[in-house]
Design a binder for this molecule. Structure first.
Ligand SMILES: [Zn+2]
Ligand SMILES: [Zn+2]
Length: 276
């Protein structure tokens, strides 16, 4: 544990609204992913080794950010279009969003880390992910006017008590100095109860599932749309279409992780949104 003065310095930045964080600083315990003893006082209950092990995607599709390595086998040489390098999926579809970017691939240690965010509302981890997303916005030269989280259906939010996308989007807005506007967007159609959805069912289940709230001002805004995981892009697409339909100038999707998916085999690794 750090001495008193270091500790106070460390506490200063995140004290506001962080009662759970205080608990993990006073009682560090083990890493929530690998159970290694946490040697440094930190509000994030994950060790440095696990945090450092998240798989980053590297360069990829200009539109959806899908890493080149996951689809180059299927003909990257044809992928050069007037808009830049596009993956097979993006050459075949048009989306409501301008582009999407993610911090990491949804595989390995980040999967249980996102579960902590999703089911245990670990706010300090949300803030840690927000810092990583700030780095992504700088690297990708992303600029926006407002930050909007992907909303849960109100019934789901009531059951869970919070929206995991907000745990990242809110601190992200603060760090970027942008207004946070969760109020702009609402989910009008609940997710089907079925546990596993095929890729096409995912697109069907979110089509028209989001709407801007009556009276919300979206006109001409550049929206940064934030979620925890991007699987097919269907959710971000449906949200972006609702925002664009209400007059938004542009929508860029930003997620903590994205499913690494070879277009020929689908997402073998995971079905991240199934537990949404
Ligand atoms: Zn660990
Ligand atoms: Zn793409």
């Amino acid at each position: 544990m750090a001495d008193r003065s270091t500790f106070e310095k460390r506490v200063g930045g995140w004290l506001s609204g962080a009662s759970d964080a205080l608990v993990s600083v006073f009682f560090p315990g083990g890493c929530r992913l690998c159970e290694r003893l946490l040697l440094r006082a930190s509000p994030v209950p994950i060790c440095q080794e696990c945090l450092g092990s998240f798989a980053l995607g590297g360069a990829g599709c200009e539109r959806c950010g899908q890493p080149l390595a996951t689809w180059s086998l299927s003909g990257a040489e044809e992928a050069r279009t007037a808009e830049g390098l596009l993956c097979p999926e993006c050459r075949a579809r048009t989306y409501g969003f301008d582009r999407t970017r993610s911090y990491a691939l949804y595989k390995g240690a980040i999967v249980p880390a996102i579960m902590l965010l999703k089911f245990e509302s670990v706010e300090p981890l949300g803030r840690w992910f927000a810092e990583r997303l700030v780095e992504v916005t700088r690297r990708e030269a992303i600029s926006a006017d407002v930050v909007v989280p992907v909303p849960l259906h109100r019934q789901r939010q009531r059951e869970r008590g919070y929206n995991q996308a907000e745990l990242v989007a809110k601190p992200l807005a603060r760090k970027l100095g942008l207004p946070y506007r969760a109020v702009l967007l609402t989910r009008t159609k609940p997710r089907p109860d079925k546990h596993i959805l095929s890729l096409e069912e995912r697109w069907d289940s979110v089509r028209g599932a989001f709407a801007t709230r009556p009276g919300s001002k979206v006109d001409n805004l550049r929206v940064l749309l934030v979620d925890d995981v991007m699987t097919t892009g269907a959710t971000l697409d449906a949200c972006a279409k609702a925002l664009r339909g209400a007059g938004a100038k542009s929508v860029i999707g930003l997620t903590v992780a994205r499913a690494a998916r070879h277009p020929a085999v689908g997402s073998g690794e995971s079905n991240p949104k199934d537990a949404q």
